[in-house]
Design a protein around this ligand. Sequence first.
Ligand SMILES: C[S@@+](CC[C@H](N)C(=O)[O-])C[C@H]1O[C@@H](n2cnc3c(N)ncnc32)[C@H](O)[C@@H]1O
Length: 222
Amino acid sequence: MKIDILTLFPNMFNNFLTESIIKRAINNKKVTVNIHNIRDYSKDIHKRVDDYPFGGGEGMVLMPQPIFDAVNDLKKEDSYVILMTPQGIKYNQKKAYELSLKQHLIIICGHYEGFDERIRTLADLELSIGDYILTGGELACQVVTDSIIRLIDGVINKESHLNDSFNNNLLDYPVYTKPVDYKGMKVPDILLSGHHENINKWRYEQSLKRTKERRPDLLGED
Ligand SMILES: C[S@@+](CC[C@H](N)C(=O)[O-])C[C@H]1O[C@@H](n2cnc3c(N)ncnc32)[C@H](O)[C@@H]1O
């Protein structure tokens, strides 16, 4: 998979791309991530990328020209263009799975007051990571990119994400590691039994119980 990200703040991606599982996925050529500075595409003599909103009002608005040119330059037949915006559909694990199957993603990060309305016409999908406002799309884009990359074949052990919360509309079961007894809090006996069938049954029951208690909406029960 290839991911092209358009941003006014490329440095915000430095640590994100050079640590942990994302770094490994890039080094192992499971994914290529390119960060593009929107400003580099500006045809303005002063490299301006934003201006005041027509009709007045607060904040600066990203102009269409640099973003249209960037997307047109990067876009291929199999590209899928995502616009990060709090007004988009709300992101979830199902969408992460869908997007992890795409060949090429182009993700546009807004900033300031937002972007010129005409930029919307470039997007195959408008995506929000939740009902709150960030200063820019960079963190939102990192949330989306991270959750997609870990689902790409060969990035992490498949077993590991099949049991993650939200698969089969369930939250993950509780997990424990050493020591067996920590300050009187003990690991459930079943997990020490070595009986895998019973352990799997217990885990499923725990997942169901947790989901009912914490997220009944996932089971259609709220
Ligand atoms: C300050 S916000 C602009 C919000 C805009 N005035 C509105 O109310 O829709 C600047 C940029 O941050 C990004 N952004 C902010 N919150 C977001 C969210 N919850 N999900 C995705 N992107 C977000 C978008 O790219 C947005 O264009």
